[in-house]
Design a binder for this molecule. Structure first.
Ligand code: LMR
Length: 397
């Protein structure tokens, strides 16, 4: 019946994670998927989220369908987290927010809205970008192109080339931007560069679509949302897909949100209506447990504070692992420039290792990286960092 179908390629990140799970070698190290592991190598659920879970279980209420857009207190909490409570766009009611199935779901629902609202528009993603971005927009029916972003030779941003490319786009082109912890390079724009880009995009009437999957992992919860606020302050209409997978440790609960900043409240109402139709025709309404968990943490002052402290702990530990790997590599490989580890931010760094070197790391040393050379620093700990550095030294040397 289906023999005429072409074989589908494996997903470059999720298939690798599954291969890691099947690997029987006790000393294996997972630096592939973007997940935060703690100092013991375990996948933690923050205590604040566990406490929220206990409270929800104690209430043991019914399990009705959620509204298509999720609960209003969820959306309110998300807007406060992204924009800050006092932000003018929040107060003016001109942000349409809905709970989505992870931030992947937010990207897909947002892509469908944009295809409907601007049928001729294409989306421009950074070169390189997260493997799934292209596929999500393509499957939503949008043409996908790339703008220059990262120079593999220097390991730095190509900001001038980026501005040149974006400055030449037709009005209503969609530009996908990573708010912080660029995936896969870990190379972010500075505040001054964001400001320059926001002004350029406003002049050209472009539509930013911001992917904020790593809030809290770069400079902190508030600072990491700064690009979103800055774009809104520049008078742009924009979309934001944010994820709670990493900062709440709720990966499999699939909880994210889509927020669309509109010129006024009337347009936000129109947009929310369209988004609800898109969701209803797809998965109908979002998962209840995930939404309630996130809402419980964000809307309870004590839990929120405890959670923020735990996110800060994750950020600091990941940064400490950057420094530790940098130091061991400096000792093992004196001629190797590992300074990129200190320059880049968030969970990822682009190591510059070739696919053949990545394959050798995996096959000979049980160290898993994505084949692009992307390394997830959050998988490092005191017990494996020396072994990882030794393995890198062997495949490079
Ligand atoms: C990653 O980039 O590794 C994560 O965002 C997980 C995923 O879905 O690819």
């Amino acid at each position: 019946m289906f023999s005429h179908l072409a074989a589908s390629p494996d997903d470059p990140i999720l298939a690798l994670n599954e291969a890691f799970m099947r690997d029987a070698r006790a000393h294996k190290v997972n630096l592939s998927i973007g997940m935060y592991f703690d100092a013991t190598g375990a996948l933690p659920v923050p205590d604040a989220v566990r406490e929220a879970e206990r409270r929800l279980a104690a209430r043991a209420g019914a399990k009705p369908y959620l509204p298509i857009e999720g609960q209003p207190d969820f959306s309110q909490a998300v807007r406060a987290l992204l924009f800050g409570l006092g932000h003018e766009a929040v107060a003016a009611g001109r942000i349409a927010t809905l709970q989505t199935v992870g931030s992947c779901g937010a990207l897909r629902v947002g892509a469908e809205l944009l295809r409907q609202a601007f049928p001729g528009s294409a989306v421009w993603v950074s070169d390189p970008t997260w493997e799934n971005h292209r596929a999500i927009f393509h499957s939503a029916g949008m043409a996908v192109h790339a703008y220059p972003y990262f120079d593999h030779g220097t390991g730095r941003l190509r900001f001038e080339a980026l501005c040149k490319a974006i400055g030449a786009l037709p009005a209503h082109s969609v530009v996908l931007l990573h708010a912080c912890g660029h995936n896969p390079t870990g190379a972010d724009m500075t505040r001054a560069e964001w400001t320059q880009l926001a002004a350029l995009m406003a002049r050209r009437a472009l539509i930013p679509f911001v992917d904020l999957a790593y809030q809290g992992f770069c400079e902190g919860l508030d600072a990491d949302a700064a690009p979103v606020r800055l774009l809104a302050d520049a008078g742009l209409g924009l979309l934001v897909a944010n994820s709670f997978s990493k900062n709440m440790g709720v990966y499999g609960e699939r909880c994210g949100a889509l927020s669309v900043v509109c010129p006024d409240a009337a347009q936000a109402t129109l947009v929310l209506g369209q988004l609800k139709a898109i969701v209803r025709q797809n998965y109908s309404s979002p998962p209840m447990h995930a939404g309630r968990l996130v809402t419980e943490v964000l809307n309870d002052a004590a839990l929120r504070e405890a959670w923020a402290r735990e996110v800060e702990g994750m950020r600091l530990r990941t940064n400490a692992m950057r420094a530790a790997l940098h130091e061991v590599l400096r000792q093992r490989l004196p001629g190797y420039d590992a300074d990129y580890l200190l320059r880049q931010r968030g969970m990822f760094s682009f190591t510059g290792l070739s696919p053949a070197q990545v394959d050798a790391l995996r096959e000979s040393h049980a160290v898993y990286l994505v084949r692009s050379g992307r390394m997830c620093l959050s998988g490092l700990n005191g017990g494996n960092v020396d072994r990882v550095a030794d393995a890198i030294a062997r495949v490079i040397g």
